[in-house]
Design a protein around this ligand. Structure first.
Ligand code: LLP
Length: 441
């Protein structure tokens, strides 16, 4: 691809949807006077030189702006459709998308709540400064140890996912323990990859509709209902359908949580709905069906962090297969971004120092792993890639760092936060010693 040359820096106000480089890139990204890609005021070539590649590079300002936008959208919608009696809406950071202490810290400072899906994420959320009452604990198979950890920490909410969990909680839960929500499998399937659909009937998540009332009766400290339809979909309307399903139960709900899944742009031509449309759709539906008292909660993960981050790689090999195609191999791959292989997720790319030059070469970008499926960009237009070039793949801020592995003994990349021209590493690159650090002689 080729990016528009734009020397105007974007202010926090302008952020709501798209920055000057188009949908998948951070808002605080531009092409600088040297023609290089700049993220958070830092020239990507300098960042790559200083911290090496591959690296996850985030425009830290984007994380902040997005957190603020989401909170504002839901507060505005509440002011529009509510009557002022409900508790403030809770926008939760689904922290599985980017479980990095610095991200937890940043989100906590923005008045966001936090959703954790394991004892490990709970540990990180507390370490990142979330006050326990703003944390909500998920999991379809929470262990006794995790439930005890959540109760001891004093988390605000536990989302119940099964009758076995209810039995465990009835043994472990003090009466002044965390409030609980019952997760419902609403029987709604969004348009997204099958692996990330969760709201359908045939799902490991949630309680089947016919058993929800029984679950509510048995659940200790019950305060409300939850559902999560899936991830990375653009259908705002199905949240209304989900709210209507939840409203079908004869129960006093103090909390209605409709999960996350708000889609983001991965490619240049993708324009997902604005956060305000999610907020208005969800809030109006809850107010119409549940009345004015219930607190509304949502759990976006990807929406808050996905477009704030990019991955920088170095091109190491260019291989021409005559009459077939050109392979461009970079120094990462399925160990730092498993999404193309797992969900056939599509991305785009740009050569960092020729970001505004017309892309003229159709290539396949592959990683360095011992698998033919290690393809990051199956077909992408780049400006003549050469050995030594820095290739940037945008929109890797969610579920990149989160799902990274050491496959092939690869060292997991650092996380670098860039803001106002300063780059700081918030997670260092692994070392070879890290690879053997858990060995027991
Ligand atoms: N709430 C619950 C209960 C969830 O299970 C999830 C995601 C979220 C919220 C946040 O969803 P988001 O807003 O980020 O779409 N690894 C996959 C995504 C799996 C998401 C699992 N649950 C991917 O890379 O696309």
């Amino acid at each position: 691809m080729a990016l528009q040359h734009d020397t105007e820096k974007v202010s926090g106000e302008a952020f709501n949807e798209v920055g000057p480089l188009g949908p998948p890139f951070p808002i605080d990204a531009r092409v600088n006077d040297a023609g290089h890609l700049e993220i958070g005021g830092c020239d990507v070539l300098d960042v790559a030189k200083q911290f090496g590649t591959p690296s996850y590079i985030y425009a830290a300002g984007d994380l902040r702006y997005r957190a603020r936008a989401a909170v504002k959208a839901f507060h505005d919608a509440e002011a529009k459709f509510g009557d002022g009696t409900a508790d403030e809406p809770g926008v939760l950071f689904a922290s599985k998308s980017f479980p990095c202490t610095a991200a937890y810290r940043l989100m906590a400072a923005e008045g966001i709540y936090c959703d954790v899906a394991s004892g490990g994420e709970l540990h990180l959320a507390l370490k990142g400064g979330f006050s326990p009452e703003r944390i909500l604990m998920h999991g379809n198979n929470k262990t006794d140890a995790e439930l005890e950890q959540a109760i001891a920490a004093g988390v605000g909410y536990i989302v119940i996912d099964s009758f076995d969990e209810i039995d465990r909680l009835n043994k472990l839960m003090p009466s002044d323990g965390p409030r609980t929500l019952v997760r419902v499998a609403p029987g709604i399937k969004p348009s997204t990859h099958a692996y990330i659909q969760t709201g359908q009937v045939d799902s490991k998540f949630g309680i089947p509709l016919s058993q929800v009332e029984q679950a509510i009766q048995k659940a200790p400290n019950f305060v409300g209902l939850h559902c999560h339809l899936g991830s990375q979909f653009f259908e705002v309307e199905i949240f209304k359908a989900a709210v209507e399903v939840l409203a079908g139960f004869e129960v006093d709900c103090k909390v209605v949580n409709v999960g996350g899944g708000f889609g983001i742009p991965y490619l240049e031509h993708e324009h997902p709905p604005a956060i305000d449309s999610y907020a208005e759709q969800i809030t109006s539906a809850v107010r119409e069906t549940f009345g004015f008292g219930a607190k509304i909660m949502v759990e976006p993960g990807r929406w808050l962090v996905g477009n704030a981050g990019v991955t920088a790689y170095t091109v190491g090999t260019v291989k021409e297969i005559p009459g077939v195609r050109r392979y461009v191999a970079v120094d990462g791959g399925m160990s730092d971004n498993i999404r193309p292989m797992l969900y056939e997720a599509e991305y785009t790319g740009v050569i960092a120092d020729r970001a505004a030059v017309q892309a003229d070469r159709d290539v396949r970008v592959v990683g360095m792993h011992c698998e033919s499926g290690d393809v990051i960009l199956p077909e992408v237009m780049l400006h003549e890639p050469n050995v030594g070039d820095t290739l940037v793949v945008p929109a890797t801020g969610a579920y990149g760092h989160a799902m990274a592995s050491n496959y092939n003994g690869v060292l997991r990349p650092p996380v670098v936060f860039c803001e106002r021209g300063e780059a700081r590493v918030v997670v260092r690159r692994e070392t070879h010693d890290d690879l053997s650090a858990r060995d027991v002689e």
